[in-house]
Design a protein around this ligand. Structure first.
Ligand code: CO
Length: 211
């Protein structure tokens, strides 16, 4: 059997089990979704948002890309953010990175990977430059990558706060709160590393004063 057919078979079993446990499960979800969380995570197959937080369909609105980046010109991410914040009115936005992230590791090298990856990972090199003094002082490669993963998450939270989408929501509904988390591939545990409650002031260079 083709491996993709296994996915379809497993889906049938899963759907059957859900209805067995809760006959109204799909009926409830088909009408509307009320997730409280927007998750911006890495595309890495080992970091599935629902599974590692033990949540169900309907609980988390998810966007994933390589190395969980919040890029100012990424229309895909901005559309997700706009919808999650303004229509779903999520209470929390979580940027979740993970230790051992291949994207972060690659960005710490000087290899020419491919035109597209070079463009995308450049954003991570910019994070390194901001924290150069701290990172240059770490000699162990794994430790440096891990710290870089944490700082990357922190900078992506700042990138969220720099958007008019977030600043407008903070002004008008005192939410959502922003969180930076890092997932450990080795132990399955999530470590909160950074937090920005709604209304936090950032560098005034990035604050809109006429929202
Ligand atoms: Co990753």
């Amino acid at each position: 059997m083709q491996t993709y057919n296994q996915l379809l078979l497993s889906n049938k079993v899963w759907a059957k089990e859900k209805v067995y446990d809760d006959p109204e499960f799909f009926k409830r979800l088909a009408d509307v979704q009320h997730p409280e969380f927007l998750w911006i995570g890495c595309s890495d197959s080992r970091v599935p948002a629902n599974e590692i937080t033990d949540t169900q369909p309907g609980e988390i609105f998810v966007h994933r890309n390589v190395a969980n980046l919040v890029v100012n010109t990424d229309v895909n991410l901005l559309a997700v953010l706009d919808y999650a914040v303004n229509s779903l009115k999520v209470k929390h936005v979580i940027v979740c990175g993970h230790y051992g992230c291949g994207g972060v590791k690659a960005a710490l090298t000087n290899h020419d990977l491919s035109p597209m990856l070079n463009v995308w990972l450049r954003n991570i090199k910019d994070v390194y430059r901001i924290h150069r003094t701290e990172l240059d002082a770490i000699t162990d490669t794994e430790q440096k990558t891990d710290r870089m993963v944490e700082l990357n998450v922190q900078e992506q939270v700042f990138n969220l706060a720099k958007t008019a989408i977030i600043q407008r929501a903070w002004k008008h509904r005192q939410g959502p709160h922003l969180h930076g988390w890092v997932y450990g591939l080795k132990d399955g545990l999530i470590k909160p590393v950074f937090e920005m409650p709604a209304g936090t002031h950032i560098d005034e260079l990035y604050e809109y004063d006429d929202l």
